[in-house]
Design a binder for this molecule. Structure first.
Ligand code: AHG
Ligand code: MN
Ligand code: MN
Length: 340
């Protein structure tokens, strides 16, 4: 019988991968695991539970309409992480600024977490996959003091762990501590995440491109050239590719991780830096994709090497199969010879 490993057992087995004191990663992930289960149970009842769908009737700091489940997931992850005494601060898409824990236990936390508590909010009310994205860093301010903004403005290369939960046809948790990528599927009958996708790797080539083509007329000529390249018939390079765009970054990313492909949210004349937030959307997924053998860039530089200056800063994102990301980077450099 195939051995079945739970997320908790896997973390203990792999504790040596986490170069810090024993148990810290386990406690961090037990908070994430618990919150994921509770959010999952609410999502599965959305529509039945009269108060969990729809809008809060307010906007977040990004000027985006907050859904009730955005706020519910946000509050739940914060409460769950606070209770584990490992984090000294949390930053979230749904919070204007970072939250630092001023009590003695909170100040003794060695980690900070940045998160998108619910990614793909526009899909909540129409029963399409959504997710949670998180990034974990060691603090750089002294243990025993309150977290500072600098703790949160570290480049993505400094992440000690990153991952996502996808609430889809099944609920999965996918994460990396810098030693490969592993996926765990939630069994709701027993309330346990089981290792279902060990050592995930992204195919170097893919046939899927994900982009909101509704913005085509606002893209640069180079981005338009790549979109046109994806559509040009060429059996030798498996084109035309298939267009797939779910509107939930986590879901588009997860599909491309398994099948190969590229997800793009470029800058445009409407939004020069695109829409996605560097710290809690692009950086965590960039760590995962690189650990899986793929690539993530803003079109010109490695996402993980961007030095952040603001908590909610946005950056263009091109992420997925290495050969596809490199293809679009060549085009963005004006190397038109590559569209032949
Ligand atoms: P969030 O729901 O956390 O704000 O993220 C939504 C993001 C991402 O999940 C998705 O790929 C993208 O926004 C869709 O944006 P467009 O509707 O502009 O294509
Ligand atoms: Mn998001
Ligand atoms: Mn969100």
């Amino acid at each position: 019988m195939k051995s079945i490993t739970t997320l908790g057992e896997f973390i203990i087995q792999r504790q040596k991968d986490f170069p810090y004191a024993k148990g810290e990663l386990s406690r961090l992930f037990s908070a994430i695991r618990l919150a994921a289960k509770v959010v999952n149970s609410q999502i599965n009842k959305a529509g039945l539970v009269d108060n969990i769908m729809g809008s809060m009737g307010q906007e977040n700091v990004q000027g985006e309409e907050q859904k009730k489940l955005d706020v519910y997931a946000n509050d739940l992850f914060i409460k769950s992480l606070m209770a584990r005494n490992e984090v000294c601060g949390i930053a979230s898409e749904e919070e204007d600024s970072y939250i630092s824990f001023s009590d003695e236990v909170g100040r003794s936390g060695k980690y900070i977490i940045l998160m998108d508590p619910l990614d793909g909010s526009s899909n909540i009310d129409v029963n399409v996959s959504i997710g949670t994205i998180f990034a974990i860093y060691r603090r750089i301010s002294p243990v025993g003091t309150e977290a500072t903004l600098d703790d949160f403005l570290q480049p993505g290369t400094e992440q000690v762990a990153a991952g996502y939960v996808i609430f889809g046809s099944s609920t999965m948790l996918v994460y990396s501590t810098g030693n490969g990528v592993n996926g765990f599927t939630f069994d709701p009958t027993v309330g346990v995440f089981y290792l279902s996708h060990p050592d995930m790797t992204i195919p170097d080539e893919g046939k899927i491109y994900s982009i909101n083509e509704g913005n085509y007329s606002y893209f640069s000529e180079e981005v338009k050239a790549y979109i046109d390249y994806c559509k040009q018939p060429d059996p030798a390079t498996n084109r035309p590719y298939s267009g797939r765009y779910i509107g939930s970054l986590v879901a588009d990313f997860h599909r491309n991780l398994l099948k190969g492909g590229i997800y793009m949210y470029p800058g445009s004349s409407k939004a020069p830096n695109g829409k996605l937030r560097l710290l809690y959307e692009s950086n965590p997924l960039a760590l995962l994709v690189e650990q899986a053998g793929g690539k993530a860039s803003d079109g010109h530089q490695r996402i993980l090497e961007i030095v952040p200056t603001e908590l909610h800063q946005r950056a263009p994102l091109f992420i997925g199969s290495t050969s596809m990301v490199e293809q679009v980077e060549r085009l963005l450099k004006g190397d038109r010879g590559q569209t032949a």
